[in-house]
Unconditional design. Structure first.
Length: 278
């Protein structure tokens, strides 16, 4: 993406200064966004100290107040259970800004009622954003203009890739698939490491092999124009070792279990919206 032009950097305010906010701020600064055009509201003293060390020149506040500069964009990076209170407290100091939420489950309808605006975009990022390799799903309310969406894209692309979804309900599926997805990969890495160790390999060697395999296979799938099914079939010779492993997985019902797991995550995302969106 083109570098952001420092003299015209939009003023971006982050409500919450945790890992996801830090990932976005870091990405913005690497793209040339002016540190002076970023402000972060973070109530925890220790975290504000870390942020000050990590991002010199960024304005830090313990709470939203009239001291905040007028924002072009507000990024909500708070826990779902604290969102409503944070929105009601900070809203009066945020003017007519565009709002981007990375909080799981909180619906744009709830945000609109708390913030008094329709200029809202919801995002579901994931933790690889911390290393610039995130995958983020986005949904925009009708009140968000084409220019608003372009600004959101410029900000989110500093952390990796993005996709827009047509309906807000689709974000629950995005949450299940990619939002929670890194944990599934880590789970499989653990399983492969432990299995390798039981087969006689040093655990660190088994983990290195597992990580390398995931990275390589994912890169191959990303660069290929062929579907994963075909890529899998090409390395599965009937009667061979890969065939034996996949047959055992099918017999154990792994694919069906995986679908059940993702459905559970989707349902929990829906529950969060009902639980904290009142």
């Amino acid at each position: 993406m083109p570098r952001m032009n420092t003299p015209t950097s939009p003023l971006i305010t982050f409500i919450g200064g945790g890992n996801m906010a830090s990932a976005i701020v870091g990405g913005l600064l690497r793209q040339g966004h002016a540190a002076s055009a970023i402000q972060i509201v973070e109530p925890w003293d220790e975290q504000r100290t870390r942020l000050a060390q990590q991002f010199p020149g960024v304005a830090l506040f313990a709470a939203a107040s009239a001291d905040l500069k007028r924002s072009d964009l507000v990024v909500w990076a708070v826990k779902p259970q604290t969102f409503k209170d944070a929105a009601l407290a900070a809203g009066p100091h945020l003017g007519g800004a565009l709002h981007l939420s990375v909080a799981a489950g909180i619906t744009s309808e709830s945000m609109a009622s708390w913030l008094g605006t329709q200029r809202i975009v919801r995002a579901m990022p994931n933790t690889p954003a911390l290393v610039g390799l995130g995958m983020t799903g986005l949904f925009a309310r009708d009140g968000a203009s084409a220019d608003d969406r372009a600004l959101i894209e410029a900000v989110v692309k500093t952390t990796g890739e993005l996709v827009w979804v047509a309906t807000e309900r689709d974000l629950d599926a995005v949450t299940a698939l990619s939002g929670s997805g890194p944990a599934y990969v880590f789970y499989f890495l653990e399983a492969m490491r432990d299995a390798g160790a039981r087969m006689g390999l040093p655990p660190e060697t088994a983990l290195q092999l597992a990580i390398g395999t995931f990275v390589g296979a994912s890169t191959l799938a990303q660069r290929s124009t062929e579907p994963p099914q075909l890529l899998r079939e090409r390395v599965t010779s009937k009667g061979g070792t890969t065939y034996a492993a996949l047959t055992a997985m099918e017999a154990a019902g792994m694919k069906a279990s995986f679908e059940v797991a993702l459905k559970a995550a989707q349902l929990r995302a829906e529950e969060l919206g009902r639980e904290f969106g009142k």
